[in-house]
Design a protein. Sequence first.
Length: 269
Amino acid sequence: MTLAPKTQSPNPSPSPAVVLITGASSGIGAACARRFAATGARVVLTGRREDRLEALAVEIVDAGHPEPTLLTFDVRDREAVYATVEKLPAEVAAVDLLVNNAGLALGLARAHEANPDDWDAMMDTNVKGLVHMTRALLPGMVARRRGHIINMGSVAGSYPYPGGNVYGASKAFVAQFSLNLRADLLGTDVRVTSIEPGMVESEFTIVRNGGDKEKAAAVYRGMTPMTPDDIADVAHYCATRPPHLNVNRIELMATDQAFSPFAVHRTPA
């Protein structure tokens, strides 16, 4: 059998000129910063850890790419979100792409044993932080009739597992919010994508396990997980499709990850 030659979509879009990435101090956010900076984009990096952002900026400049703009704030702080976006430097104020990457999972306790503080932190970051960053930047994109929002979701938003309670619910929100944005933005030329990865080896898992690196490493033992660079490559792919094409949502897993049978509780006879 002869395979047909591969074809590419006609008239792909150039890499976005200005890319704002939340949660850029590590993991997928840092990988996205490197990926888009390598195309010549002006990257705006946000996060809570200024030292991490500064180190990443040095790395990007040393690689010969444009110097990033660094913004240190917490997306859970609604006032800081709007104030920071309003005061963006003129050269990066017209954001072409927002990568809503800031997010976290805390703990794996069952719902009746979970720490409510962990629930609040996940909802405030994964839901509130994401929607307010979107709301702050969206009017400019609509006015310019140009822009793209990429929201980092998770397969946890589609497939439940023990201990995934609020984290999974927050990522289900991200998927549905992204689809509803598409409905609201019809006719504006602003695109929206939800990227929903499975197992990615990064600092994310260390945070979820309370800083226990051994527990985090055990999650990936004996299998090959995806990497932050894999997800950054997918984000770049979505952002550079032709203007007439919108990737609504894209789900991806490591080859070594799949699905389990339904769990059934059986009462002993």
